[in-house]
Design a protein around this ligand. Structure first.
Ligand code: BGC
Length: 513
């Protein structure tokens, strides 16, 4: 990402570094970690709209769907069906706490390996599932994989990347999340024609990114930061020379040594995070993740096929539409890579707010007028119009709240709280992803078209928040955020004024840049 480049360049351009094969491998790691997450997000919606799958695991839902005595909006409303999708996120958010322990004490490499093994066992259980229990346990194991991978992979990348391409590598992860979702949609489109086991193929193909992540984790070296943090100084220095492609690493080595000394003094990273002076970053990180989910994006990502089915599209057309929204998601993420450091974060978020609001309100109106509880389907023209509006919504999300919900929390925390802050970010993301996944089908059933009005209301709230409370972080070096951003902000500066610079009750441990 362009912002990453400028931030990185000014923060550490004094270190000599080539782009070596080890760094290329780390890019592939990012790709597979992101692909795995995206594939899991994208696969369940298509699978839960396949008749063969419903007949085997959710016969009640299948009967409701075919007998169509129920309201159009309620035919998929089933807690078990929602649990299939959402169990992954509940498991994932629990796993992040263990993952932050293993990343620190066992290293990034081993944590990624643990993630890969969770993924593989989860995929086997899902692909071979004979009953609902096997299916849900498989999803839970995949969730553990997500928790471990999403904590370790971004950390691994930030540490192993040469400073000048660190931002680019980070957003590559989000780009791969969107590619994973698209890949899952394409797979579903193909497997829905294979009876009666197409759904098994959909769930099993997650084995491909899972295997890539596992193999990758076996072959890469751990990061020098992690090795040094765990006292393996010589090994850390040797790895640093290898990944930077030069023997001239003394300055960077010393900086990591100093950072690890400071990190060791912070005995309670999470308690430190709660200090008043860290309040602005903590509040922003938590709210951005909550807002990201309350745009309603995952209602579309998880349930687009179900949603389009509800609108009266035939099975095939539903998956086809989901493929289109998936492609729009990928392409619009690329737009963000190019524009985020030119126009800035605030402009993207505010523009997207308007675009998301309009498209959601229009969808609500069309559905409100055209889809009654028992009508057969939308007319062809209106159906296409709804898909276009959904794409308008998805594209604006993909160049705003999608990448920025992750980018902004990761760039605003000072070093002393960055990793604990990342843990909280991942955890809040998965928690609210879970809430949406679990609630959406019931909300669709009860609010009907009003669900889009509900999310559009949230879009207004978050846009007002951005307008008044989110400072611009474009082109600000990462270690200068406190001085240049938070201390200058009309509202947040009151939190940074206090001179409480004590870490864990010991002022020797002051680590403010
Ligand atoms: C969000 C996911 C979402 C994805 C869609 C990510 O930034 O965290 O919840 O499914 O974007 O592309």
């Amino acid at each position: 990402m362009a912002g990453g480049f400028s931030v990185s360049a000014s923060a550490g351009s004094q270190f000599e570094a080539k782009i070596t094969p080890v760094v290329i491998i780390s890019c592939l790691m990012a790709a597979t970690g992101g692909l795995m997450f995206g594939y899991d997000v994208g696969i369940s919606g298509g699978v839960t709209s396949m008749d063969d799958f419903l007949i085997k695991f959710f016969p009640k839902v299948y009967r409701r769907k075919t007998e169509s005595k129920d309201s159009n909006y309620c035919k998929y409303d089933n807690q078990g069906l929602q649990l299939f999708t959402s169990s992954l996120y509940l498991a994932g958010l629990t796993a992040t706490f263990f993952a932050s322990y293993t990343t620190r004490n066992l290293g990034r490499k081993l944590t990624m390996l643990i993630a890969g093994v969770f993924f593989l066992v989860g995929v086997i259980l899902n692909g071979a599932a004979q009953d609902l229990t096997m299916l849900i346990i498989g999803r839970i194991l995949l969730g553990c994989g997500v928790g471990f991978a999403n904590q370790a992979v971004p950390l691994f990348l930030s540490e192993i990347a040469p400073t000048r391409i660190r931002g680019g590598l980070n957003i590559l992860f989000q780009l791969n999340v969107t590619i994973g979702i698209l890949f899952a949609n394409l797979v579903n489109y193909g497997t829905s024609k294979i009876h009666p086991w197409g759904w098994r193929l959909s769930l099993s193909l997650a084995g491909v990114p899972a295997l890539l992540l596992t193999m990758g984790a076996l072959f890469v070296v751990d990061t020098p930061n992690s090795l040094i943090e765990r006292g393996r100084l010589e090994e850390g220095k040797a790895v640093l020379k290898k990944i930077r492609g030069t023997d001239n690493v003394e300055a960077e080595f010393n900086e990591i040594l100093e950072a690890s000394r400071v990190a060791h003094q912070v005995k309670h990273p999470f308690r430190n995070l709660l200090k008043r002076r860290n309040r602005p970053q903590l509040v922003i990180a938590i709210l951005l993740q909550i807002f990201q989910q309350f745009t309603g994006i995952n209602a579309i990502m998880f349930y687009a096929p179900v949603l389009f089915n509800t609108l009266g599209f035939k099975n095939d057309a539903s998956l086809y539409s989901a493929v289109i929204t998936g492609a729009v998601n990928v392409l619009s993420t690329v737009v963000s890579i190019y524009s985020v450091d030119r126009v800035g974060r605030r402009v993207l978020l505010l523009e997207a707010g308007v675009q998301m609001f309009i498209s959601q309100v229009v969808i609500a109106i069309v559905l409100g007028i055209k889809v009654t509880d028992h009508s057969d389907s939308l007319s062809h023209g209106y159906a296409i119009f709804v898909v276009v509006m959904v794409c308008t919504f998805v594209s604006s999300f993909a160049w705003s709240w999608g990448p920025l919900g992750w980018l902004i929390p990761s760039e605003t925390f000072p070093m002393e709280t960055r990793s604990a802050g990342q843990s909280v970010t991942v955890c809040v993301n998965l928690l609210f992803t879970f809430v949406i996944a679990q609630a959406f089908l019931s909300m669709l059933c009860h609010l009907k078209y009003g669900i889009f009005a509900f999310f559009s209301g949230w879009v207004v709230v978050m846009s007002v928040f951005v307008l008044f409370f989110l400072p611009e972080t474009k082109n600000v070096p990462i270690e200068e955020m406190t001085e240049k951003v938070w201390k200058q902000h009309w509202f947040w500066k009151r939190f940074t004024d206090d001179d409480d610079r004590v870490v864990d009750g010991d002022d020797k441990n002051n680590t403010q840049p």
